[in-house]
Design a binder for this molecule. Structure first.
Ligand code: 5GP
Length: 175
């Protein structure tokens, strides 16, 4: 398979993603037992992971969306987080679970957590499906992580390359 003239190599098949989403949800359900959760989707890349994950959460779940951008070029991190769409819910005294597709340098999630902490949530946790651990530039780890992956650009399951590849069911490396 190809995107924009580059080959895609399968990294994580759909079935493994499904299992992992359930595993992550189990941990979250244990940690938040009996509590309400406001699940916040970081658009656009997390939208499929978010949809699958929130349906595995028990108890009362509210949802919200926000969009940030940290990318200057198509495949390169810039390091600065720009808020494109603000969330609509008030998070004061609430249990907030930020859900993102991937943590790379860590700058996006770290900046988001710092910004949202100022609004005094009761709890503020982060969940990511993918983690490019070796690329970290700031001291930040997500509270819930699916797969640690190599330093390769990936697409599929919500993740794009210049808006292509988001709807692929599996996750692929651009090679
Ligand atoms: P960070 O701030 O941790 O460097 O970057 C996180 C964001 O970069 C993710 O939310 C995602 O939008 C983007 N990103 C990082 N690596 C990849 C990748 O391999 N593929 C895609 N599609 N986006 C990536």
């Amino acid at each position: 398979m190809q995107i924009r003239g580059r080959n895609l190599e399968l990294l994580i098949p759909e079935a493994q993603i499904k299992e992992k989403v359930k595993e992550i949800a189990e941990k979250i359900n244990q940690d938040f037992e009996g509590e309400e959760i406001l699940a916040v989707c970081i658009l656009k890349g997390a939208f499929i992971f978010f949809s699958d994950l929130v349906r595995e959460l028990k108890g009362k779940v509210y949802i919200d969306f926000m969009q940030v951008s940290s990318y200057k070029t198509e495949m390169e991190s810039f390091g600065e987080v720009i808020f494109i769409k603000e969330m609509s819910e008030d998070i004061k005294d609430r249990n907030v679970l930020l859900i993102d597709d991937i943590i790379d340098t860590g700058r996006t999630l770290k900046a988001l957590v710092e910004a949202l902490s100022l609004r005094n949530p009761r709890k503020l946790k982060t969940a990511v499906l993918l983690d490019k651990k070796e690329r970290r530039e700031v001291d930040y780890e997500a509270d819930y992580t699916g797969f640690v992956i190599p330093d390769k650009f990936v697409v599929g399951y919500g993740l794009d390359w210049a808006e292509e590849g988001r709807t692929l069911k599996d996750i692929y490396m651009v090679v």
